[in-house]
Design a protein around this ligand. Sequence first.
Ligand code: IYR
Length: 223
Amino acid sequence: METDLDFIPFEGERFLEEEMLKKSQEFYNWADKRRSVRDFSSKQVPVEIMENLIMTASTAPSGAHKQPWTFCLISNKGLKSALRKLAEEEEFISYNGRMSDEWKNDLAPLGTNWEKEFIDIAPWIVVVMKKVYDIGESEEKQTNYYVAESVGIAVGMLLLAVHNVGLVALTHTPSPMNFIAKALNRPINERPFLLIPIGYPAENARIPNLKRKGKKQVIELYE
Ligand code: IYR
């Protein structure tokens, strides 16, 4: 059937099954080394590297290819401390009342608390904004689809891109996050999704000794 769709040939890579097995195992082993880190070094990371990491995230699939995200890339020290102060104000209230005992017990092994020193220390803070709708040229609202799914996938890709260059990240969720949109002066169609410090790990960085679920716990096979 004739169509006027602007399609181009797909140029994918092909591997022998043997190689696929080896590559998939090696990639998994490498991905399994990624860890959320809370102890950052203040060592600087060039902005060009950060831009590449973010552009990798922005290759993520998205509802109707709307790419409903903005990545605010922040190294400005004044802005970082302002964000830290605001995040800590909310987190203090959360840890001292808003969070249930069950929640605090679940978090106990991670050693988190209301203090968010890493926002000052990490050289970069990426604030991921989700665009709940787009704003057209004549200010009209344009629908975005599966926004949370799309932005979540993009963040997953960002985290692997960070891991790929030997840097570390933390997916931080200060809650509620409304203060971020205000502090960054974001447009009304954007909502904060995650605040992600990115940088080198501190020399003495320590992480909780967590174990990941195995195959049997995460895969239900229907053959
Ligand atoms: N937002 C808080 C609490 C917190 C919640 C979950 I769920 C975590 O996995 C980790 C922390 C904080 O960032 O400390």
